[in-house]
Design a protein around this ligand. Structure first.
Ligand code: ADP
Ligand code: ZN
Ligand code: ZN
Length: 817
């Protein structure tokens, strides 16, 4: 009798693959364990068992597995179910989901190892230069890996070289599977048993009078031990006693101290006392009661609460209630790096029970977080993280909080799976019969629509905590200001006046300059030419600090030009303005003030962002200029003025969400003003002061904005009334991608008729030397999603069998954002 397993391979295959196993293996293996299998000619992968069964595959003969990698499942049944849903809903391969879900340490891959061939006579002069380099290296090193060889010969493609070396019998190769995860080991010491007793210890100390350093160390060990410290780390001991490893080692050698090794956890909370949560004000109390009431009937509740209304404190109460039931909590955030303030706040309440799941963590830290969540350890009861934390192996998830649920960064763009973390979290939570709270001051149109329809519960909190007033928002008409010559640089006199007033009161100012589509480009005054990226169809943007022209899509950079590349004229000017330019103007306008800048350039590096925040918090910055980053829930006490440098480029962005996004962004930035007793002030500079959205922003009328937008969405067939699926064809050859995508669009149109939009080349149609062409499909409510996807899948299968289109990659984005 034969036994088989279906496995998921971490590659974009549409189907699971079947391997043969023996009876003992069939008894041992469970879904969620990994096995090493060969796939293709030489590649070995860690594959994940999905199912153990007895049905031989029909179209191919099942190979044997190489070996079993796990003692027990590393992936839970709930995770497998979630992966299934993601693959089906977002139209991608399960292998792609697996790749996104597992910490890379679990995704072992084979790596080719090169050995020197023993007993082979090599005549060095017959070797080519590059062959000789490898040969030579192997005289000193027993093995070489592919990337090392690439380094030695200074080339990326070394496979032909390896082939030649094999033929000349210089080397042999072997595939090795390796595991990257290594638990962190710490060395600890304790006093040997025989000295635990008082008199023995006394004797020992006397005997050590001639070795004062050793005695000193021993005293410290003794002290630490009596402070009921369980483990004494050698590193700590050296630090405290001010000695060296040598001294400790000699005590170990004398068997006075005993050394042992401990596997330590890298993810550590190292901060102060745990605080008790705040007493809610009456409005928060009411909101909390309403949320709890909603949860009696519904799984999802939307908390619409204005900025600074105290939503976070409500989350804290809900978390406490969930922990009291011994269930896990997932706190989803748009971006971890931008929310250090919030994390510090939550750590103060929950201490060690909070695990931060951070993309900047090392492989090892990720594996540890994974294991802690899976074992439902106390230290991982609350996980706070960005979108990828939905992939953690929760075992009893009681509550998911999606903070700033309107944020676009919850959607993954590239690579697949192109999932939306908020929507996926709702599915995840269902698997555990848990609850989901979506929170925002400016909910996504979709979420508010669902809440008003009764699909979700809706709770509103329209007052700021402590009776702080919402900021006063005013519009500044740039057109008139320019006409009257009341503009200096990019500052209207109104804005300048308000900045001066705030600074005089020793208050702080935030200025917002949106970056998108508005970075400075260099243009020739004579012929109008603007330098372009060589790999993408975009103009290069000017970066003053480095005096460079850079591409924002691919990173290509050249030194700033002195002459026009087209006509040779030296009359070049920079158009548009970014944060850098605003910063420069401010320095001239306010020479004795401290100006800070927060954007992608200034926040690079591990703590770049935190440094700026801290400086601002400490009052070392008077005026902070920044991009979107400023809108992310920052809480500064002393900011009374927020200026929006130019609202128009946000509003004019060619996207059906442009208006919704503008409202959200401006409202969120405005929310940074006046978080204490003094009423904050917001000034928005614009050429369109009568724009509906800006009018709604000034009076904080979310509902009016919602009603307008929902009407437009309905009329122009957009979400939430229609679902969108975007298909993007990609290839380096323009004609090939053109023809391929046209063929696809025609096939789609045969079935879906007028609901197919395009095909069309996007405004930036070449990125990194790849041409892009898009098709958009709109799926009306009531049309079966599964059926639609089935049909689309069939068309894509025919597409992939057409030879002329080979090499054209089709990217699918469901619920395209
Ligand atoms: P939101 O998340 O809605 O923007 P926060 O939760 O950040 O609002 O609250 C705004 C400010 O008010 C914070 O500094 C917070 O500490 C404070 N705050 C909120 N609720 C309370 C409360 N019940 N008691 C004391 N301070 C509160
Ligand atoms: Zn020119
Ligand atoms: Zn480029």
């Amino acid at each position: 009798m034969s036994y088989f397993i279906d496995v998921i391979l971490p590659i974009p295959l549409q189907k699971s693959f079947t391997y043969q196993i023996n009876k003992e293996e069939a008894v041992f293996l469970q879904p969620g364990m990994r096995v090493a299998v060969q796939f293709g000619k030489t590649k070995v992968y860690a594959a994940l068992v999905e199912r153990v069964h007895r049905e031989a595959p029909v179209v191919y003969e099942a190979k044997d597995i190489e070996h079993i990698l796990d003692e027990e499942p590393i992936v839970t049944a709930e995770q497998l179910a979630l992966w299934d849903w993601i693959a089906a809903y977002y139209m991608c391969a399960k292998g792609e989901v697996m790749r996104a879900a597992l910490p890379s340490a679990f995704l072992l891959e084979s790596e080719t190892i090169v050995h020197k061939k023993e007993n082979s006579e090599i005549i060095e002069t017959t070797l080519k230069d590059d062959e000789f380099l490898v040969f030579e290296a192997l005289q000193y090193q027993s093995v070489l890996r592919i990337h090392e060889i690439a380094k030695i010969v200074g080339k990326k493609t070394v496979l032909p070289l390896i082939k030649r070396l094999l033929e000349k019998e210089v080397i042999t190769v072997e595939e090795e599977i390796y595991e990257q995860y290594k638990p962190k080991i710490v060395r600890c010491v304790s006093i040997h048993e025989q000295y635990q007793e008082e008199t023995a210890l006394q004797e020992l100390l006397t005997s050590l009078t001639r070795a004062p350093k050793q005695k000193e160390v021993l005293m410290h060990v003794f002290m630490l031990q009596s402070k009921s410290q369980k483990e004494i780390r050698v590193s700590d001991l050296i630090k405290i006693s001010g000695t060296s490893t040598v001294v400790v080692n000699s005590l170990i050698a004398k068997e006075i101290l005993v050394a042992y090794e401990l596997q330590s956890d890298r993810i550590q909370y190292n901060g102060g006392e745990v605080a008790t949560s705040k007493k809610l004000n009456e409005f928060q109390e009411k909101a909390l009661a309403e949320i709890k009431h909603v949860f009696e009937e519904k799984d999802v509740c939307l908390l619409h609460g204005v900025t600074s209304s105290g939503k976070t404190e409500i989350y804290v109460k809900l978390i406490e209630a969930t922990l009291a039931q011994n269930k896990q909590v997932l706190y989803l955030l748009p971006e971890i790096a931008l929310t250090t303030q919030l994390i510090v706040r939550l750590q103060a309440y929950f201490g060690e029970r909070l695990t931060v799941y951070h993309s900047k963590y090392s492989v090892n830290e990720r594996v540890e977080a994974w294991n802690n969540v899976k074992a439902n350890k106390e230290k991982a009861q609350i996980v706070i993280g960005a979108r990828s934390s939905i992939f953690l192996p929760f075992t009893d998830l009681g509550l998911v909080i999606v903070d700033e649920e309107h944020e676009g960064s919850f959607k993954q763009y590239d690579p697949a799976p192109r999932y939306h973390a908020r929507d996926t979290a709702i599915v995840l939570s269902k698997l555990f019969r848990g609850k989901v709270l979506l929170g925002s001051a400016t909910p996504a149109i979709e979420s508010y629509f669902n809440a008003r329809n009764g699909k979700y519960g809706l709770v509103e909190l329209m007052r700021r905590h402590g009776n702080v007033l919402m900021p006063e928002i005013n519009l500044v008409d740039l057109k008139t200001k320019y006409k009257r010559k009341e503009v200096t640089g990019h500052f209207s006199d109104t804005l300048l006046q308000s900045i001066r007033e705030a600074l005089k009161e020793e208050e702080q100012v935030i200025l917002f300059q949106n970056r998108r589509g508005y970075s400075p480009v260099v243009e020739c005054n004579t012929c109008g030419h603007a330098p372009q990226c060589t790999n993408c169809d975009v103009s290069l943007t000017y970066h003053e600090r480095k005096n460079q022209l850079r591409c924002h899509y691919c990173g290509y950079a050249i030194a700033m030009l002195h002459k026009c590349m087209a006509c040779g004229s030296t009359e070049l000017s920079t158009k548009g303005f970014g944060t850098e330019q605003i910063e420069k103007e401010l320095k001239e306008l306010f020479p004795d003030k401290n100006i800070g800048r927060m954007d992608q350039d200034t926040t690079r590096g591990k703590h770049g962002y935190e440094k700026i925040i801290t400086k601002f918090e400490n009052g070392d910055i008077d005026i902070l200029v920044g991009t979107q980053m400023l809108s992310k829930g920052l809480d500064f006490r002393n900011v009374t003025l927020v200026g929006v440098m130019n609202a128009d480029n946000l509003l004019n962005f060619p996207d059906f969400r442009a208006h919704e996004r503008s409202y959200q962004l401006i409202q969120q930035v405005a929310g940074r003003a006046g978080r204490t007793q003094k009423r904050g002030k917001v000034l928005i500079q614009t050429y369109n002061p009568y724009h509906q959205i800006l009018q709604q922003v000034t009076v904080n009328d979310y509902l009016a904005m919602f009603k307008d937008q929902i009407e437009e969405r309905k009329q122009y067939k957009y979400p939430p009334f229609y679902r969108l699926i975007k298909f993007t064809g990609k290839h380096k050859d323009y004609n090939r991608v053109d023809e391929a995508v046209n063929w696809l669009a025609t096939s789609f149109r045969n079935v879906f008729k007028q609901h197919v939009l395009g095909p069309e080349f996007p405004p930036v149609s070449r990125i990194r030397n790849q041409y892009h062409k898009n098709i958009l499909i709109k799926i009306p409510q009531g049309q079966s999603l599964d059926k639609t996807k089935e049909v689309l899948g069939k068309i894509l299968t025919s597409f992939s069998s057409i030879k002329e289109f080979s090499g054209v990659r089709i990217l699918i984005n469901v619920d395209n954002y």
